[in-house]
Design a protein around this ligand. Structure first.
Ligand SMILES: [Zn+2]
Length: 394
């Protein structure tokens, strides 16, 4: 039985969602306006924030503690950045939240400002209660471009003098509890060929054609995992996936192309070794080198790692998973998901993590991104129960 839910959101939550979405925090932009606003808001409730900046000092993470400065607190974690709206067909201003048919629409309402807003809107209640264990806010920058910001914040936590005992990352999971996500490695492959007149193809090395061979091999790998895989059916996509995202090469039809590059990624299950995955495509690529270099010695194929994120699996029996269940009586079983998140970074730093947040990943990154009011209401209930869990009995 699902717990009864408030039919509507509190006005504080609604106002907070509108406020946060109105900051254009596309990953390439500064997030400081939002961070400064949150810092001032927390300060208004007597809560100090700790900021960690990127090298340009244009972006910051915010970490704050509510309650006693002791071990064992719970981190409420969210990224402040959102994906671009460029080239997307929005029916209304993406930075101005509108309500339509039981949904809120705006960039970031699903991924993942509503979660942050729900928690921030309940700061007055958190501050008013006597907390036996602290609650922490951990708001990061540059999650969407490789979980970059959170790494700095997490290494700074070593200077705190106390250590959180668990972390809830509010990525859109449909308010289901997620105890594991896949790991991810992303690469750029550059094929350097040799230019010649296209009437004289044997004098050249066609970088586009070699790249196409490699892309085809990656596709073969993807199909192998999909059909023969090893599988873990607790995941939404129960096998390791391979994906080529962009490719560019060549300048004109009558020139044998000198350069071609493409980017690709592996999203791997815990039992698939990402080092092996890369080695497989590197070995395949090496087969082309003799014929390429026989034409022109300066040709070659290189692989550059763009980003990596470990996977994690907290386990359904962990204390943080149990806490999540107490806060989410309407939720069903524990899930595992294919998309990466900051949860694995906290987890690997010794802070066991789960994911649970309003909305569904299918609506994230889309034009007219939306979250249902029912989902946000469930999140309000979740945070309320979280406060009850860490507070002294009233
Ligand atoms: Zn996200």
């Amino acid at each position: 039985m699902n717990a009864p839910l408030p039919a509507q959101l509190s006005s504080d939550t609604q106002a907070m969602i509108r406020r946060l979405v109105a900051f254009n925090t596309t990953s390439r932009e500064s997030n400081l306006a939002l961070i400064d606003w949150v810092r001032d808001y927390l300060q208004g409730h007597g809560i100090e924030s700790r900021l960690t900046f990127d090298d340009s000092k244009n972006k910051a993470n915010l970490f704050a503690t509510i309650g006693p400065q002791i071990d064992g607190g719970i981190v409420i974690s969210g990224h402040t950045d959102v994906v671009p709206v460029d080239g997307q067909n929005w029916a209304s201003d993406p930075w101005d939240v509108r309500e339509e048919g039981g949904h809120l629409v705006g960039r970031g309402v699903c991924d993942m400002k509503s979660f942050i807003a729900v928690a921030l809107a309940q700061v007055p209640q958190m501050a008013a209660r006597k907390l036996a264990r602290p609650l922490h806010f951990a708001l990061s920058y540059d999650e969407e471009v490789g979980c970059i910001g959170a790494r700095r914040m997490i290494s700074d936590l070593a200077n705190l003098g106390y250590k959180p005992g668990g972390c809830i990352v509010g990525e859109p999971t449909g308010m289901e509890l997620v105890v594991a996500h896949k790991g991810k490695r992303a690469y750029r492959c550059r094929v350097r060929g040799f230019e010649s007149h296209s009437a004289l193809t044997p004098n050249g090395v066609n970088a586009v054609e070699i790249a196409a061979e490699l892309v085809t091999q990656l596709r073969r790998m993807a199909l192998r995992f999909r059909t023969q895989g090893r599988f873990d059916h607790d995941y939404d996509v129960p096998f390791t996936t391979v994906h080529v995202g962009t490719i560019k090469g060549g300048t004109a039809l009558n020139i044998v192309p000198k350069d071609c590059e493409f980017v690709f990624e592996f999203r791997f299950l815990p039992f698939d070794d990402p080092v092996q995955l890369l080695a497989e495509i590197e070995e395949f690529a090496a087969r082309f080198l003799p014929e390429m270099r026989a034409v022109a010695p300066a040709t070659g194929i290189t692989f550059e790692e763009l980003s990596q994120l470990p996977g994690f699996d907290t386990g359904a029996g962990s204390a943080i998973a149990e806490l999540g269940r107490c806060c989410n009586p309407g939720g069903s079983r524990f899930n595992k998901v294919s998309f990466g998140a900051e949860a694995s970074l906290f987890h690997n730093a010794g802070i066991p993590a789960i994911l649970c947040g309003p909305g569904h990943i299918a609506q994230a990154h889309q034009p007219n991104e939306w979250v249902s009011i029912e989902q946000v209401a469930r999140c309000e209930d979740f945070i309320q129960r979280l406060i009850d869990q860490v507070a002294e009995p009233a």
